[in-house]
Each structure stands twice: as structure tokens, then as C-alpha cells.
Design a protein. Structure first.
Length: 317
């Protein structure tokens, strides 16, 4: 079962996202199995009554319901997001912090690649090991995260609870989004540069130099992709999706006519491509293996049905 944890405070509600708003605490949205749907429905009812004080027994019910949630797949005691790269793994723990393990060095570019915090009292000794065999804390200070993805390569993307995107690991082709100044290895999570986007600061406020206002991220071998809160998609890194040139900071993905792809609800990265779903149920591909019976394209093109070459529609999530 996949869990996604997304975060916000009491006054900041973002539509169409997996949030349960309780005094600024991060809670997961659970995929809608019947039992989880019932629990969530009851949870929303109980917590609403509890917060507005209409029922004196709501505190007991609230505590009991949290205990029930804990018993259902250990929601609050285990990781909220897991992902695997080429030869390493990443998780977000229940508190929103990042942990990783696997291959920490590349024979070609060196390392360390995993970003392990050397000052962590429990796992800091793993920071310089070539192979790490236990989940170890990634150095990210007090930042908490809602999503992490390792794509299929040796770099990582993580979406902070304040909507800013961070990256670290192999940066040979610009996958970490650090512009021309980025080296071959980014040792610890750094905010991705804003590129063509308006820009946010590291606290998630508009007007900075970094990629923020993001609702979802995906990664391929050497590239990152992100859905912006206005429904558009940006991408950066190296691959045939951009003509085999390294886009070292985010650019908007466009269609064949040169228009930004709009109303995007989901993305998924492959080895060197990305699939994009829009709110009307259409599916687009960019790069090789794009589903349009073309070798490779540098713009988002509709995925076609094999039997009649009509556009594939009514894609549901």
C-alpha cells in the first residue's frame, strides 16, 4: 500500500491534495480501500466535532480513533513514502525526515551520494561508507518532507512540506537542478533553482531563487519533473526529452505548438522519459517510449492507441 504524506498549516489549504488539517500536523492520505474510506470519513466527522467543541466526548473518541489508525497498517509509526533508485533506497519516516541506504559511491564520479548526516548520533558513522546497509538519516536540518523519489538513477528529489524541491546525489547531467555551478556530486539536499518559474525562498515564500509552489515530483535517470500549483509541469536535467542537452534548471514542458501543458494532475518518470496526465483524462509522453509511435520527442505528445492511432483518453487515477 502506497502512502503519500503532504503537509500544510491551519490556514493554508491546497485543493486536490492529500491533506488532513489538524493544528498544522502532517497526516497521510490513504488510498481509498473500503475500510480506510470509512475510517477517514469517521475521522473527519469526529475531529470536526472535537475541534468546534460540540460533543464533550469527542476527545475520548479522537484518541480512540488515532489508536485505531495506528493499528491499521501502522500508519503513524512507519514510513509514509518509499522509493528505490538504481542501487539505493529512500524513505520518509513518520516525523517527515529522510532516511537512505545502499551504494554511497560511484567508481566514475566518486561520492558520497546518499547525503547521510555525519553528525547524526545513531547513523552518522555511515556517511563515508561505500555501502550502507541500514536506513541512515539524510542531512537536511529540521526540514520535513512530503514526497521523495529516486527515479532510476543515482540522484534524488524530495518535496519539502513548504512546497520547495530539494535534490542531491549524482549531478553529471544536471539532475540536481543547480545550474551551471553544479558539480558532478551534490553531497547533501539543496533546493533546486527556480529556472523559468516565479521562484520561492527556502521557507516556501514567493519571491526567492528556488523551485517552490510544487505539488508533486517525479524523476528519471538524469532528470527531474514537477507539477506546479498552477497545473503546469517543469523539467530539468539531461536526456533525449530535451534534445540531449542538459537543462540545469527547470523549464516548462510544452506541446507541439509551443504552449505550456496545462491542468496536469499526475506525472511519472521513466529511464529517459515522462508521462503526463491532465485533468481531462488525457495522457501525454515526452522523450523516448512516449506512446505516440515516435522514436523520441522533445515536447509533450498525446499517447496513441495502437489499433487506431487515436488519442488515449479517460485515463483514471
Amino acid at each position: 500500500m502506497q502512502l503519500r504524506l503532504l503537509c500544510y498549516n491551519q490556514t493554508n489549504i491546497i485543493a486536490n491534495h492529500s491533506f488532513i488539517n489538524i493544528t498544522g500536523v502532517c497526516f497521510p492520505k490513504i488510498l481509498p480501500t473500503p475500510i480506510n474510506f470509512l475510517l477517514l470519513a469517521n475521522f473527519r466527522t469526529y475531529i470536526t466535532k472535537f475541534m468546534i467543541g460540540k460533543n464533550k466526548n469527542m476527545k475520548k473518541l479522537f484518541i480512540a480513533l488515532l489508536a485505531t489508525f495506528v493499528s491499521v497498517e501502522s500508519i503513524f509509526s512507519q514510513s509514509k513514502t518509499i522509493t528505490g533508485g538504481n542501487d539505493h533506497g529512500l524513505i520518509i519516516c513518520a516525523q517527515g525526515y529522510l532516511y537512505t541506504w545502499g551504494n554511497n559511491y560511484s567508481k566514475v564520479i566518486g561520492g558520497p551520494l546518499l547525503g547521510i548526516d555525519p553528525d547524526d548520533p545513531k547513523t552518522g558513522g555511515n556517511a563515508t561508507k561505500e555501502y550502507v546497509t541500514e536506513p541512515s538519516r539524510v542531512k537536511s536540518g529540521n526540514l520535513t518532507f512530503s514526497q521523495v523519489t529516486a527515479g532510476s538513477g543515482a540522484f534524488n528529489l524530495a518535496l519539502a512540506c513548504n512546497s520547495v524541491v530539494y535534490a542531491w546525489g549524482e549531478n553529471t547531467n544536471g539532475g540536481c537542478g543547480q545550474g551551471a555551478s553544479g558539480g558532478n556530486v551534490i553531497e547533501y539536499p539543496l533546493p533546486v533553482l527556480k529556472g523559468e518559474t516565479p521562484g520561492y525562498d527556502e521557507n516556501g515564500n514567493k519571491g526567492g531563487d528556488y523551485l517552490g509552489g510544487v505539488t508533486y515530483i517525479a524523476a528519471s535517470t538524469n532528470s527531474g519533473f514537477a507539477i506546479m500549483d498552477d497545473g503546469r509541469v517543469v523539467a530539468w536535467g539531461g536526456g533525449t526529452w530535451n534534445g540531449s542537452t542538459n537543462k540545469t534548471s527547470p523549464v516548462y514542458i510544452k506541446d507541439k505548438a509551443g504552449n505550456d501543458i496545462q491542468n496536469v494532475t499526475h506525472i511519472s518518470g521513466g529511464d529517459d522519459n515522462c508521462l503526463i496526465r491532465t485533468a481531462d483524462g488525457k495522457l501525454y509522453g515526452i522523450g523516448p517510449w512516449n506512446g505516440s509511435q515516435q522514436t523520441a520527442v522533445t515536447y509533450a505528445t498525446p499517447v496513441l492507441k495502437e489499433e487506431d492511432r487515436e488519442e488515449l483518453t479517460d485515463i483514471r487515477m
